[in-house]
Design a protein. Structure first.
Length: 132
């Protein structure tokens, strides 16, 4: 089978997924900086193990909770918290809404302008130039 059309798939710089993968967070996080924005859900996924790992790695963090599907105001709030507290990278820990929010916040931490510059259909549709 041959592909008739070429395509490009752009995603987050790195996603670690699967049973037991939390053990890889220490090594991965240390390569990104000293302070993380920890994007997580409203509390259904326990954070104890992840918090212990981050403390062991001497990585400080701020928690940003995602309660609903990502929207512009939520992404802006997460970005504002990351900038105001000196976070240099993002860790998304949870399900789909959490990961989507984490990816958007992370992308906006490394690219100029605001979120509407990058949204397709309702925004300007600019390409993300600087991958997190």
């Amino acid at each position: 089978m041959t592909l008739e059309k070429a395509f490009e798939f752009v995603s987050a710089n790195r996603i670690i997924f699967g049973n037991g993968c939390i053990a890889q967070v220490k090594g991965a996080a240390q390569g990104f900086g000293r302070k993380a924005l920890l994007v997580c859900g409203s509390g259904s996924v326990p954070l104890d193990n992840l918090v212990s790992i981050l403390k062991e790695a001497d990585i400080s963090f701020e928690i940003f909770r995602v309660e609903n599907e990502p929207d512009i105001s939520g992404i802006d709030a997460g970005l504002s918290k990351a900038k105001a507290t000196g976070c240099t990278f993002v860790i998304g820990y949870g399900g789909g809404s959490v990961l989507d929010s984490a990816k958007a916040i992370s992308a906006m931490m490394t690219n100029p302008g605001d979120l509407m510059d990058y949204l397709e259909v309702i925004g300007a549709g600019r390409k993300i130039a600087n991958l997190p």
